[in-house]
Design a protein around this ligand. Structure first.
Ligand SMILES: Cc1ncc(COP(=O)(O)O)c(C=O)c1O
Length: 453
């Protein structure tokens, strides 16, 4: 098959389509070297497709920018964006660390024999999660006072003292209001995550008071929010950190050896989105660290970690649907597909925008395009995948919705008792499931009938 040229920007996250997307001379979309109709024939629809090439290029780009940093650094992957054992294997191959927020994410890492460092986040960690963090030597990102007290209690109960240590980062609220949707802001003053700046000293003293139980403060953490297009707020947060690291040194006499500045770089969902390139983001972070810590304050460079999620996997994902029904009303025409808010809850949750194409007819026929509202099959009027898309579409067509690799699979549900679809990885003409689609037996497996019914 010969392919048409697609113009691309160099950074994967700046493109709407994954790197392996091609349009054949047959006018059909190919992913990972395989045509969409072939993928759907083999794995059915709806179908989540992940392009391995895009993920690997994104991992490499992040590392390339970070290599400018003169101190030690660890790039982590925020597993909440999309986690399964195959993704863990892939990030391990590139020596990434992993951020987890639940026992389930920890078990996924264990199942894949993940070798890198793991950071445990969360504003309400369970005792089970904290015990696992202690046993498995995770770094705990403390969100509140109780996290610290609980950790000390659990370590004591396990008979652990300062001969071993659980390393702690304190998550702070830096007071930065990122220009993004309210529900994905996390660095603003009223954030539910983190410790306010005026309470940091108190928390440092609290951790120190549990020295005998083996709690060891290694530094601070902040995540200012998600889907950031600009990189300037990261310089702002680094300035705040440098100031805090200096104050902690002046007051407590020690240089905190680690700093985690979170994730948050955005991706292009539509042609209007212009996120900074992956490499530029991490290079900017590296340079900002040198400026704020070394040049301005003569502070030692801490071990720097970052934890992007969306920008590593978002662009890699494409969701394939089949058009089942069409409806023309006076003011709007609906294209109904066989998935929707259960496999992609982002539009209904935060009015997220997406781009769609007819995968079996990438170039429209003359005078056949019109504006469609692409809607899901679920029983909610808000189940709209793309508000308005100019498409030449009809019943039976295959629709590709791009940039669905992050926070789709991981936020999916069984709403209306539908099955979660299969998720496949594609690369160089090969396609295999990385998560099997659910069956009706799976769906019913945990239903129980109370004895009185
Ligand atoms: C603490 C923390 N780190 C990292 C991330 C990843 O963010 P993103 O996917 O925007 O890179 C999140 C996302 O919510 C987060 O809460």
């Amino acid at each position: 098959m010969k392919f048409k040229e697609i113009t691309r920007l160099t950074s994967p996250n700046q493109n709407i389509m994954p790197l392996s997307a091609r349009v054949g001379e047959d006018n059909i979309l190919y992913l990972g070297g395989i045509s969409v109709p072939e993928l759907v024939k083999k794995f059915e629809s709806p179908l989540w497709v992940m392009c391995q090439e895009t993920i690997e290029q994104s991992l490499k780009d992040i590392l390339e920018g970070l290599s400018l940093y003169k101190g030690k650094s660890t790039a982590c992957y925020a597993g909440k964006a999309f986690l399964c054992t195959a993704i863990v294997r892939l990030i391990d191959k590139y020596k990434f660390g992993l951020d987890v927020v639940s026992q389930g994410e920890m078990e996924t890492a264990r199942q894949a024999n993940f070798a890198g460092p793991i950071f445990l986040h969360g504003n309400n960690k369970s005792d089970l999660e904290l015990r696992s963090a202690i046993e498995r030597n995770l770094i705990v990102v403390a969100d509140n006072r109780e996290d610290i007290e609980k950790l000390a209690q659990l370590r004591r109960e396990a008979g652990l003292d300062q001969d071993s240590a659980t390393e702690i980062l304190l998550r702070i609220i830096p007071g930065i209001d990122l220009d993004t949707h309210d529900h994905i802001k996390t660095g603003h003053e009223t954030s539910k995550f983190g410790i306010p700046l005026n309470k940091i000293d108190e928390m440092i003293e609290l951790v120190a008071s549990f020295k005998d139980a083996g709690l060891r403060l290694i530094g601070l953490h902040a995540h200012i929010g998600s889907q950031a297009m600009d990189i300037e707020p990261f310089a702002e947060v680094i300035e705040i950190f440098a100031d805090l690291y200096q104050k902690v040194f002046e007051k407590f006499g020690f240089h905190m050896p680690h700093l985690d500045i979170g994730g948050g770089l955005g991706i292009a969902y539509t042609a209007n989105d212009k996120p900074a390139a992956l490499k530029d983001w991490t290079a900017f972070i590296s340079r900002s660290m040198h400026k704020s810590f070394s040049d301005k304050r003569n502070l030692p460079l801490p071990h720097l970690s970052i934890e992007p999620g969306r920008c590593l996997v978002g662009t890699a994902g494409v969701t394939l649907y089949r058009v089942g029904r069409t409806k023309d009303l006076d003011k709007v025409s609906y294209l109904s597909v066989d998935g929707g808010m259960a496999d992609n809850p982002r539009p209904i949750t935060y009015q997220a925008k997406y781009t769609a194409a007819v995968a079996n007819r990438m170039e429209p026929r003359p005078n056949k395009s019109k504006p469609w509202s692409i809607v899901g099959r679920y029983c909610e009027s808000g189940d709209i995948i793309v508000e308005e898309a100019e498409l030449d579409a009809e019943v039976g067509d295959l629709l590709a919705v791009f940039a669905t690799g992050a926070y789709n699979f991981s936020m999916a549900s069984n709403y209306n008792r539908t099955l979660r679809p299969t998720c496949i990885m594609v690369k160089d003409g090969r396609a295999e499931a990385i998560v099997e689609g659910e069956t009706y037996q799976d769906l019913l497996a945990r239903d129980k009938m109370p004895s009185w019914l």
